[in-house]
Design a binder for this molecule. Structure first.
Ligand code: UGA
Length: 468
């Protein structure tokens, strides 16, 4: 049974109405996807169960930090192509294509993904369908989930209504979400019929016209493409962090090494920045969910590989804690520690599984007086670790510091004046846990810079004194 006033397929002649879009879940992924769909010319309704989030978004306020998103949402609230509601049934009845963008967090008691939200979103869509439609999963799910959701949709959709479930993994990065969504590297569509593929080609007509490859694959492959991409990125980071350990032992420089190997087109320089390792709401939980699912399916090599990647990654946090202990003479008890950064990476206020916040908390537990500043994540960090002390500005974290830790490489920190900051601290020692500082500038200002795989750089005056 097709909708009265429009058809879902883009195969009709010129002037056929465009499919209308609902986006279920308005977190980082969904809010960005909804705004991007409006930007691409579709009428979009974003749905979430959290009334506070919907109320904020409806007023043009994005409840998290994502550069450019607030402006895009404001533009399309104004253009009339975008609105938000908590009423799933109404949104589904008004739409032809339903994107599922809800979270799949790690379960509290296992490595497996918690699929409650995707299941309830698909069930909710199915029950609310009033005309034919396409349900497009975008959430990151363990392989095999989409096939089960397809059955669920079939079982719950009202009789006589045709509803197809396909998978369209999303590869956006936080901090660059708007650009990644509007200009994706590729569009992957899993398990689509000809009609659904035609509809997806219409939805993504603009990126396709820009040259984004459009790949059609099976349902299971689409699910695996996403987790495999994240697993590969995680592996690349843990690889360079393992090499960084070797560089430290051998007195080599991991940054120079990464530049050199990165010039090999087969390797590439991106995601070869050694340091504190990966965190956030995606890479850590995705490799654990992959480990869990691979174990269920008997793919033991994947389990072993991901286990090692995870171990190397988590050990980077301990390594930085150890460096801070060493810098303070073996104990941080009552030492003042200035921490620059709380977010899991720059350009976000996300502190989920943030290595920076972990390190700050670990030092606090060892009795240090830790003062943390992050340009965007102060509030989210405070909510997660209320016992830590948060400063209002970079300079406020530093007075009397025995050691400073650069844990998130915000531009503001990298561009800071080491001479000015040097006047504030008690000891000019900085642990550059992201290996991003201009070491010459900092050592010239009298700082000892301790890197991960880049050695310990003593200030110029020390070497001059040694020469005298
Ligand atoms: C990641 C993927 O990059 C996206 O493609 C994917 O869509 C997303 O997960 C997701 O699954 O939704 P994101 O979590 O936003 O995106 O962050 P990344 O930019 O991948 O960074 C992840 C972590 O790796 C950060 O903590 C970052 O500091 C760390 N990292 C990154 C390194 O330690 N070294 C590097 O060289 C690069």
């Amino acid at each position: 049974m097709m909708r009265d006033d429009a058809e879902t397929s883009g195969a009709q002649g010129a002037g056929a109405p465009r499919p209308r879009v609902s986006v279920i879940g308005t977190g980082y992924l969904g809010a960005t996807h909804a705004a991007a769909m409006a930007e691409l010319g579709f009428d979009v309704v974003g749905v979430d169960t959290d009334p506070a989030k919907i109320e904020a978004l409806s007023r043009g306020r994005v409840p998290f930090y994502e550069p450019g998103l607030e402006e895009l949402i404001a533009t399309h609230l104004e253009s009339g192509r975008l609105r938000f509601t908590t009423d799933l049934a109404e949104a589904v009845a008004m739409s032809d294509i339903h994107f599922v963008c809800v979270g799949t967090p790690q379960q509290a008691t296992s490595h497996a993904a918690d699929l409650r939200f995707v299941e309830s979103a698909v069930a909710g869509i199915a029950r609310a369908l009033s005309h034919d439609g396409i349900v497009v999963g975008k959430s990151t799910v363990p392989v095999g989930t989409a096939a089960r959701l397809r059955e669920l949709l079939g079982a719950l959709a009202p009789a006589g209504i045709e509803a197809e479930l396909i998978w369209n993994p999303e590869f956006l990065r936080e901090g660059k979400a708007v650009d990644d969504t509007l200009h994706p590297d590729r569009v992957v569509i899993g398990g689509a019929s000809d009609a659904a593929e035609t509809a997806m080609r219409e939805v993504y007509a603009a990126p396709i016209a820009e040259g984004a490859p459009f790949l059609t694959v099976g349902l299971e492959t689409a699910e695996l493409v996403k987790v495999s991409a994240n697993a590969f990125l995680a592996t690349k980071i843990s690889f360079i962090n393992a090499i960084a350990e070797l560089c430290t032992a051998a007195d080599a420089d991991v940054n120079a090494l990464a530049d050199a190997i990165g010039l090999d087109g087969r390797i590439g320089r991106r995601f070869l920045d050694a340091g504190l390792g990966f965190g956030g709401g995606c890479l850590p939980k995705d490799i654990r969910a992959l480990m869990h699912r691979a174990g269920e399916l008997g793919a033991r090599e994947v389990v072993g590989l991901m286990q090692k990647v995870d171990e190397i990654n988590m050990s980077q946090r301990q390594r930085v804690v150890d460096l801070a202990l060493q810098a303070c003479g073996g104990s941080v008890l009552n030492a003042r520690v200035g921490v620059l950064g709380a977010a899991f990476k720059p350009l976000t206020d996300d502190v989920r599984d943030s290595p920076a916040l972990n390190v700050a908390a670990a030092l606090h537990l060892r009795g240090a007086q830790v003062s943390v500043f992050d340009p965007a994540a102060g509030e989210t960090a405070r909510r997660t670790f209320p016992t830590l002390s948060f400063a209002d500005g970079m300079r406020d974290t530093l007075p009397g510091a025995d050691v400073v830790l650069l844990l998130t490489e915000w531009r503001e920190f990298l561009d800071a004046d080491p001479v000015e900051l040097g006047a504030l601290v008690r000891t000019r020692t900085i642990i550059d846990a992201r290996t991003k500082l201009d070491v010459d500038r900092w050592t010239a200002a009298g700082w000892t810079v301790i890197g991960l795989g880049t050695g310990v750089h003593e200030p110029l005056r020390a070497s001059v004194a040694a020469l005298a």
